[in-house]
Design a protein around this ligand. Sequence first.
Ligand code: GLU
Length: 450
Amino acid sequence: MSAEKTSKPNEPEEQEALEESRDTATEMGSAPPVVEAHDEMTPFEAATYFFHLAADRLGLRDEMRSVLASTYREMAVQVPVKMDDGFIKVHRGYRIQHNGARGPYKGGVRFHPSADLDEVRALAALMTWKNALVDVPFGGAKGGVQCDPRKLSEGELERLTRRFTSMIGYIIGVQRDIPAPDMGTNAQTMAWMMDAYGQKYGYTPGIVTGKPVELGGSPGREEATGRGVVICAREIAKKRNMQFRDASVVIQGFGNVGYWAARLASEAGAKVVAVSDVTSGIYNKEGLDIQDLHSFTADAETVGDHEDGDKVSNDDLLEIECDILIPAAIEGVITSDNADKVRTQLVVEAANGPITPVADKILAENGVMVVPDILANAGGVTVSYFEWVQNIQEFRWEIDNVNFELKKRMTKATEAVFSRSEHDETSLRDAGFDIAVERVARAAELRGYV
Ligand code: GLU
């Protein structure tokens, strides 16, 4: 049975690890000072900046502001991995829990060279707001291991995942903190995490979401983030009296989120004119065959090498004229350097934090509407919630039910954000943060956090 039923540590070493991480949390995760938006903001400063704007608008009292601006618990671990050549390489790993007022901490685990403390903090905070906005009963967390998964063999990746899981095993749990995939991780990573956790605590499928369907994963989870992006984009297009069908769409990123967003947008009748991966992109103003590109990338070095269009750089791709621009790769790609060159009327943030605060202002001044990440990419965690529910109830849903419930939640959240932004005459990002911060503050208040 899982040790998490009571949410209490059941071994002395576990207790010790918890105490230790609690002790260090206040100094490590304290809120950065309120600052004006500037070009050199770190990811956590940027995420906190948007929070502070909401706190100002909502008139949040100071005690509540400090609780919600800082992280609750941060675990930084050493992840030594025996490499295939026999040498041990030590990686840095993190699991950061931002706020748990609304339920167990929830958020992905990223394997990426830039996954440092600051980035993981920012992503953990965004999870808190995202989960509140789509109203799933979770707090926010994120994990990361600083590594380049493309340079690791399958065996190295498995050993790294297992070691990381056993290191953070003390602070995760079905009712405590539930990891999921993010950049550089996938269903296989979750299978290893579930197995490593199970070896210590017993069979616990609900410890992670985004698992393979054969191990208790949810049908529809893999494509859920991309599907949510498209649902959201279509809803917003409708509100703006813009035709989604035949709209030209540019997507940066051709990983899980970018690929599914491209595929589902095409299936819904939009014309996807450009996509890119880390190396380069492809542009064809007549539209691209997404399935063909996807098969091509299985062997090719980069999607830009496909002959059905012009090869473009990732920077140039962001400046292609289109109806909808979807950054679906990494954070900080639209900055003060290129925000003025974006030629679209609608940006949908499929990635977390792709627009810096300064760029966000420039886009607003130029009349470009931005659908914020905490709304646009919330489809993934929404279906993670369905997966967790299925695991707890030991009852499997049909794919139609998953997609139906996803559409219902995404549409409701989009509707709420859009009407709030119209009513308060704010941007969609401000409206989204206002709704989310209000919900988390209310839960924190009721629980007596401050
Ligand atoms: N990593 C995804 C995100 O950033 C999904 C998190 C989850 O399913 O817990 O939203």
